[in-house]
Design a protein around this ligand. Structure first.
Ligand code: KG4
Ligand code: ZN
Length: 339
């Protein structure tokens, strides 16, 4: 089957063509007008929705061109678009476009949970992933740990009580006057800084507690108060940002490794935008070796938002429950249980 995937859940407009017979992505494209959002220090929902409207159809044409196939009902077998969670204006653009193409081409369509996309994204990199395993999503909107029972079944083990890991990095980035989004820059500081350079010490929230939850908002407050103090003048902003990254990674890996222990599983899959962090990847493999765990990451291009993962999750959904009806709606706060 050839599946057209569409993701317009946040600022990225993403389109992909996935060939399930060969297991290959034939073509994919991601486009963002981040320079417009960056002026406001975060994603502006209306700008994002207007961008999706402008870019989506030309991008659908261009991925077909890249793949060397015609954009018509003879070639496409299924259309999959993100239904939620996300910014509702953007979701409506992608979802309505998918429904319109489905109606015009007489090709089935499915609405996909964006979290399902992140959870299956590992299969675009690692074929025949073993189930069950522990799966952690770390992105700008989510920090959650699941027991992945099968590609279509996940049990939530723990989540953040407040900010997501990527959201925290972006907020700290604002305090440190880094452009938005800040995750990549702060990650590069953590990777490059001399570990012997003097640095402040921030807390590792909830790490010692007997649960699988995260709390990142206190870390932002700790950073804010530290920056207001005279002591902060003794440290570079790189050393402050790197310490925030170290704290985030300690919390993420501490909880995820604990989940493996509690669930008696030795494979951990980490996905979502923050999973493209080189520092997180290095620390995960270093600590996994010691703990006897197998930690897997999708390729970086499949960690941040992309439509390839939506096409794959859409195929799983279609094979499980067939096409979705046209009266299916987008949901800004869709959870995995309300799929
Ligand atoms: O998955 P994603 O593209 O969008 C959401 O679904 O949220 O994740 C975006 C988040 C942003 O907060 C961004 O700062 C963070 O991922 N991010 C990173 C890196 N690249 C993106 N965080 C740490 N290190 C990176 N290299
Ligand atoms: Zn995402």
């Amino acid at each position: 089957m050839l599946i057209l995937g569409i993701d317009t859940s946040c600022d990225d407009t993403s389109v992909a063509l996935y060939d399930s017979d060969s297991g290959f992505i034939l073509a994919d494209a991601v486009s963002s007008r981040m320079e417009l959002h960056a002026r406001y220090g975060g994603v502006v929902p209306e700008i994002a929705a207007r961008q999706h409207l402008e870019l989506l159809l030309p991008m659908i044409e261009s991925v077909h061109e890249q793949a060397g196939v015609a954009p018509d009902p003879e070639t496409i077998d299924l259309i999959a678009a993100t239904r939620g969670p996300g910014l509702v204006g953007g979701l409506l653009v992608g979802f309505s476009c998918a429904k319109a193409l489905s109606l015009g081409w007489n090709v089935p369509f499915v609405g996909v949970n964006h979290l399902d996309g992140h959870l299956v994204s590992i299969s675009l990199t690692v074929k025949d992933i073993a189930f069950p395993h522990v799966a952690m999503i770390v992105s700008g909107g989510h920090s959650e740990i699941y027991r992945a029972i099968s590609p279509a079944e996940h049990r939530l083990l723990g989540e953040t009580r407040d900010d997501a890991a990527g959201e925290l990095l972006d907020k700290v980035g604002r305090l440190l006057q880094v452009g938005f989004p800040a995750g990549e820059t702060i990650d590069s500081w953590a990777m490059e800084i001399d570990p012997d350079e003097p640095h402040p010490k921030f807390p590792r929230p909830l790490l010692k507690q007997d649960n699988l939850e995260f709390s990142f908002s206190g870390l932002k407050t700790a950073c804010l108060y530290f920056l207001r103090s005279d002591e902060s003048k003794n440290y570079s902003r790189e050393s402050i940002g790197a310490e925030v990254m170290r704290s985030v990674v300690d919390c993420l890996l501490g909880r995820a490794f604990k989940a493996c222990k509690v669930e008696n599983l030795d494979t951990l899959v980490i996905s979502g935008g923050v999973a493209s962090s080189g520092y997180l990847r290095n620390e995960a493999s270093r600590r996994a070796q010691k703990a006897g765990l197998n930690v897997l990451f999708p390729d970086k291009k499949y960690c941040t938002d992309n439509a390839s993962m939506i096409a794959l999750a859409g195929l799983n959904r279609y094979q499980k429950s067939g096409p979705d009806p046209f009266d299916l709606d987008c949901e800004a706060s869709l959870t995995l249980s309300s799929n």
